[in-house]
Design a binder for this molecule. Structure first.
Ligand code: ATP
Ligand code: MG
Length: 687
């Protein structure tokens, strides 16, 4: 109905509305659509409104493919669209708005499609997904098996090998090209790397293991078959993608195969916010999108920013205006404010933590809840001093993008039992689990895995296996557990059984067993929200919940807590107050990236992304000293820092300066000070 239709669009501006309604009402006119616009201009909101509008016009929620960069973002999109629909459809508060089962990340959706279509490309539907650490280990094993670890003195580390491999896959490029462009120092290893990758790929196939890249690769592969591509293209009536600037070649290929003419394909993004090229994302995707189709895509640009105050916008614009690459976007807002962003100079990281904690509490006193404030940083480890300070002052916080508790050994142990049961021929999980038993060494584990990999049923091999004498008793327990888990899944009871089996081992292996047991109980709670064992494992591997995020139950939803996040993980989000830590050279840009110009530019865009998360208050922190941990005989070092090169005078004039007057110079060594005081006094005498 018309009245309802206006409701979804109620507060949209004309450009946003034209994107939302693109192709609707004119049959056959659903050509490709690109919304390219600056931060906070309502791209994500527009996408959510388009989803709501499509449903309202009769589209089936089951047949919308909604691709976002994290599961959290997908959930947020679902909620936004749901709320709009709720209003538009006049549902009673108790009626649930429709769910969108195909909202998720490229990797998550890929995994689900592959399970469904596995047989069509000769894949076992119970394949195991390797997380990053597992993939590295597998690469390391092949590296060793080929004798590469020993022969060449400087053969790339397993992590580097995986990075190279991953870039080759994701950018659909040749190995020699990738080496030349991104890993020139590894070029001499070219031939050996080729052999290594071949072995890595074969091993994955043999054990039915898929790494993250494979989820995209096989998905693209799946659609290399024209009939299947057409089938999927038909199945997903509409495809909508957020943050398109951070997609890679392979993802663009997937979309191209899914919607070759671009009909009913909507992508939104901002080239000035491209921050994932270190993972082979290509900003070219969004720039070339319009002309990829015939007729070309419709382009909608949005210029009004609804998020930030004018002074924050001015400062952010000044940062991005310094980029040699022009991002032709003029953003304006009518959010006037007399408060300018602050450039805060402090002595060191400890003072920085104190300053931020003080301000956070002060703002809370003034009525700004902690959840409306966020502290951002370039690298996860940068927040350590602040975490200490917050803990000391009892300020609750949640950290995004940090070390996941799923990476801790005890959690991995438990998950490995489940993975092994899902894919009994997979060796990685089995190798880990078997050796948890006392008296069970690598040799016994290998023998067991060999027998389970034989053509006979793995369950039979389990029953027939003769464990080493010293492990006989503990073996029986594991065997029976596995046999039950392999025979049938009962979710989440399976997980509880595993934890019960594991608890005595935990006590034997770790001194802090009670703490670790509490983590496992948390995992059991998370499990209840996931429909099946397979779904649970897939989702946990692809997009693990953050340690103590509300998803994992602690702190609870209604509790107030401060957000700590890497800039990368803060993408697409917004807070009333934002504090950006360590805005000094070496941190931003990171000293790991100070090489190529392209990498420096990516760091500049990171700063832009960070600043544009702020709605009302922004503080950019500049500690004059910071510590770097170095793996050298000198141990940790204590360095003088200078303000980030992205904040030259031209940019800084948009800030209010807080802190000592000599903030742009490195502090003087202690000894020089008295002499200087004398000089100052003398000058006073002369002036
Ligand atoms: P980013 O580039 O950071 O992802 P974005 O372009 O996706 O930003 P949104 O997150 O969709 O922007 O919107 C930014 C803020 O502006 C949100 O709080 C949103 O609700 C608000 N907003 C967007 N459009 C409008 C509008 N027409 N009226 C009022 N508020 C709006
Ligand atoms: Mg957005």
């Amino acid at each position: 109905s018309d009245a309802a239709a206006t409701d979804v669009d109620a507060d949209l501006n004309p450009e946003q509305r034209s994107a939302v309604e693109h192709g609707l009402g004119a049959p056959g006119a659903h050509g490709p659509l690109l919304v390219i616009a600056g931060a906070g201009s309502g791209k994500t909101k527009t996408l959510a409104a388009r989803v709501a509008h499509l449903i309202q016009s009769g589209a089936d929620p089951q047949r919308l493919l909604l691709l976002t960069f994290s599961r959290r973002a997908a959930g947020e999109m679902e909620r936004r669209a749901g709320r709009m629909l709720h209003r538009a459809l006049g549902l009673r508060p108790t009626q649930a708005p429709p769910r969108f089962p195909w909202a998720g990340t490229f990797h998550g959706v890929g995994a689900r499609l592959l399970r469904e279509y596995a047989a069509r490309i000769g894949l076992a539907p119970n394949f195991t997904i390797l997380d990053r650490a597992d993939a590295e280990d597998l690469m390391g094993l092949q590296r060793q098996a080929l004798g590469l670890a020993e022969t060449a003195e400087r053969f790339p580390l397993k992590a580097t090998c995986l990075n190279i491999y991953s870039r080759v896959v994701n950018s659909e490029a040749r190995l020699d090209q990738v080496l030349q462009d991104h890993f020139p120092w590894c070029f001499p290893a070219h031939d050996a790397l080729k052999r290594l990758f071949k072995a890595y790929v074969e091993e994955k196939q043999r054990q039915q293991l898929l790494d993250y890249d494979d989820l995209l690769l096989y998905w693209a592969e799946l659609m290399g078959d024209g009939a299947l591509a057409a089938e999927l293209g038909e199945r997903f009536q509409h495809v909508l993608v957020d943050e398109y600037q951070d997609t890679n070649r392979l993802q663009a290929t997937i979309l191209q195969r899914l919607k070759p003419r671009g009909d009913r394909l909507t992508v939104v993004g901002d080239d000035a916010q491209a921050i994932y090229s270190f993972r082979a994302a290509e900003v070219r995707n969004i720039l070339a999108f319009p002309t990829q189709f015939d007729p070309p895509a419709r382009i909608v640009t949005l210029e009004r920013n609804y998020r930030s105050t004018q002074p924050i916008l001015d400062a952010s614009n000044a940062v991005i205006a310094m980029a040699p690459e022009r991002h032709e976007k003029r953003l304006w807002t009518d959010k006037v404010s007399s408060e300018r962003p602050q450039l805060v100079t402090v002595d060191d990281e400890a003072r920085q933590a104190q300053w931020v904690a003080d301000r956070v509490l002060e703002r809370r006193e003034q009525g700004l809840k902690l959840t409306r404030q966020a502290v951002l940083f370039r690298t996860s480890s940068h927040s350590a001093p602040l975490e200490l300070e917050l803990t000391r002052r009892n300020i609750p916080f949640v950290k995004f993008g940090g070390l996941k508790f799923l990476e801790s050994t005890h959690v991995k142990d438990v998950l490995s039992v489940l993975r092994w049961a899902e894919n009994p021929r997979g060796r990685l999980a089995g190798f880990r689990v078997a050796q948890l038993l006392p008296g069970f060494g690598p040799a016994s584990a290998r023998r067991l895995l060999d027998e389970m990999a034989a053509p006979a049923e793995p369950s039979q091999a389990l029953r027939d296996f003769k464990p080493p004498a010293s492990a006989a008793a503990s073996w029986a327990g594991l065997r029976d557990l596995l046999l039950r888990l392999i025979a049938a899944s009962d979710w989440p009871a399976d997980l509880e059984d595993v934890v019960q089996w594991y608890a005595p081992h935990l006590e034997r292996l770790h001194d802090d067993a009670p703490v670790r047991l509490a983590d496992l109980e948390q995992i059991v709670r998370i499990a209840q929200g996931h429909g099946s064992r397979e779904r649970f494992l897939t989702e946990l591997t692809l997009d693990p919940p953050d340690a103590s995020s509300d998803e994992s139950g602690v702190p609870h939803r209604d509790e107030d807590y401060l957000i700590l996040s890497t800039i990368h993980s803060a993408k697409g989000q917004e807070w009333n107050a934002v504090y950006l830590l360590n805005c000094v050279d070496g941190c931003l840009p990171s000293d790991l990236s100070t090489g190529a110009q392209a990498q420096i530019e990516e760091e500049r865009r990171l700063l832009y992304v960070a600043m544009t998360r702020a709605k009302d208050h922004l503080a950019v922190m500049v500690p004059q000293r910071f510590y770097v941990t170095q793996q050298t005989r000198h141990g940790d070092r204590h360095l003088h820092a200078t303000v980030s090169r992205f904040l030259p005078g031209k940019v800084v004039r948009h800030f209010d300066k807080v802190g000592p007057a000599n903030q742009h110079q490195a502090p003087l060594p202690e000894l020089l000070k008295p002499a200087l005081d004398v000089a100052a006094r003398l000058r006073k005498a002369w002036d």
